[in-house]
Design a protein around this ligand. Structure first.
Ligand code: 5GP
Ligand code: ZN
Length: 112
């Protein structure tokens, strides 16, 4: 996946501000934050989009949620964040490497 920008971030070829990393996942600040706390959690395995998640990825997908919660807690928004996965360009997905947005610290409900 040489042209995938998130694979390049994982490989260190594009810099990022990392928040958490292990063998399976990476969390880093979104470059264009849409909330006071906005970071992404991605699998190191290249999966293009949520609809491509397979049964073998069940543990990985669950880990993304757990690490999102851990990093949210570490950044003071354990009680105020939402989770978004965009799936497909019509939904607003721009980067085709699975990513979980954590948007936190807004302090009031989102429109939806
Ligand atoms: P999507 O619209 O695909 O769900 O979200 C992609 C997200 O990736 C956007 O929020 C965008 O700001 C973020 N993003 C795109 N390129 C980069 C980058 O090079 N570095 C970081 N940290 N975030 C990026
Ligand atoms: Zn990728």
């Amino acid at each position: 996946m040489s042209e995938c920008i998130f694979c390049k971030i994982i490989a260190g070829e594009i810099p990022s501000q990392k928040l958490y990393e292990d063998n399976d996942v990476l969390a880093f600040w979104d470059i264009s934050p849409q909330a006071p706390v906005h970071f992404l959690v991605i699998p190191k395995k290249h999966i293009a989009m949520p609809v491509d998640i397979e049964e073998d990825d069940d543990l990985l997908a669950g880990k993304m949620l757990r690490i999102g919660a851990k990093v949210a807690r570490e950044n003071g928004v354990a009680d105020d964040y939402r989770v978004i996965f965009n799936n497909g360009s019509k939904s607003g997905q721009v980067v085709f490497h699975l990513h979980m947005h954590i948007l936190g610290g807004k302090g009031k409900p989102w429109p939806m």
